[in-house]
Design a protein. Sequence first.
Length: 550
Amino acid sequence: MASSIVPGPGPGRARHRRRLRFALVALASVALASALALSTRFSAEAQVQAMSEWDGADCSVQIPGSWASSSLLPDPFTRIDGSRVTTRSQWECRRSEIKELAERTVYGDKPQPDSTTGTVTSSRITVNVSDNGRSTSFSASVQLPSGSGPFPAVIVYGGFGADTSTILAAGAAVVNYDPGAVGAEGTPRNNKQGAFYTLYGATSTTGVLMAQAWGVSRIIDVIEQSGGSILNNSTGVTGCSRYGKGAFVAGAFDQRVDLTMPIESGSGGVGAMRSIAQESGSQPLSSAYGEQPWLGDAFSAYTGNPAGLPVDTHEMVGMIAPRGLFIMDNPHVEWLGARSGAVAALGGAEVYKALGAGSNISYHSNTANGTHCAVRSEWRTPLQQSINAFLKGSGTPPGVISMHPNKSANLAQWRNWTTPTLGSGPTTPPPDEETTTPGDPGTTTTPPPGGGGCTARIEVVSTWNGGWQGNVHVTAGSTALSGWRLTWTWASGQSMASSWNATVTSSGSAVTATDVGWNGSVAAGQTRTTAWGFVASGSTAVPTVTCAPD
């Protein structure tokens, strides 16, 4: 039975639905902290009323004519006028700045049409769009899970994305979206084809990835207007390879997407563009620009100069925060640039951390099977957990970061900025939990060690056959630290595979780690949670750490 749709409000106007926003609800059970400084002792998982496709539509954004060039990742918390974001309300408009800069230099504009109409049935969604006197249409097939609806839905790009059998088994519908019907590949830049370009012209400077993301938004328009008898308003999006690029853009540029799951998206996808340019074997930016008109025409100015970009993809990761995000990478195919994906995830996770939503982002590249776009057993459990948490409102998100030892990343090499704790704070954590100390981002109140020294502990956040991943927390004594030096001895068979946010040296089984400057200061009696992280080979026996001021 079809749900009839009448012309509804344009995508920029208010629409009420369930989704994540900045209101936070404390959970008694918290997902494991990760190597991306994801350690908040509360979760941002909450279901609240949504406002629109883009909540910052009313923000006044003035794009400058030029901007500084830098080989480091831009600071997501510094606004165009040079001031720093300190509150969540300020972040909403800063996010709009990032959106405008990304459209201007990377993807091209995403217009909002005059009207969207259509129908939802148990087998198909039809979409009709009109704008400025022109009209177009497209459709997507629907596969429902067993049981009674209405169901949440995951929009799957081109039939290649997260495992559809797992999605259906978790109780979510699969919407099979043909992105080529909206933004076709195999066309020249001056003659782009598909439903988007029917409305906005074959010579539109908007790239195919943004055009396809626009199509996802129009599907969501129709679902939201359908009355919820078949599909409810909880929506995810996924895709692999070129479709992973598309899914990433769709989630970043529509705040109604509750769960974004890009897979092996490579250059032009999640991978940090500044890092792609330096990662040996990865697809060059010029190749990603020239292979297909994926990226906007304006990106031609940056294919050989990513340092000149005012944004990078870690900020697009940050645009998704605090909504659900599960990034999956393949470390076995050099062309896919998994290390650059990890760089972007590390940087974007700092936005999640600043919003108190650290457990809402997951990143996983530690896989054994190197086949491109394969169904991987390592991803099944976090996929189920993500669907339950972000589309069904039950359980906790996976909050797991598992980087392959050969493709791990070190954020300290890519930034010269620190992460604030944004004001208008989250709800208070449960009793006896750690609480964030105002004015000292990244530290938490814990019982201090005696005297003026320091203590440290290692937290195991992920394990696999033959290795594990740890976060290291440093606590100051009665005197503040300006730097720290940690030492320990590995058990037999253990060794350091990779690390980030610390300078680490090893001599046999002995390990010494020191801060990298920005993470060395710890206030008296406070703990810098996830001061740094590492991947270790061998058993998960946790060594005893000795800490001394440095």
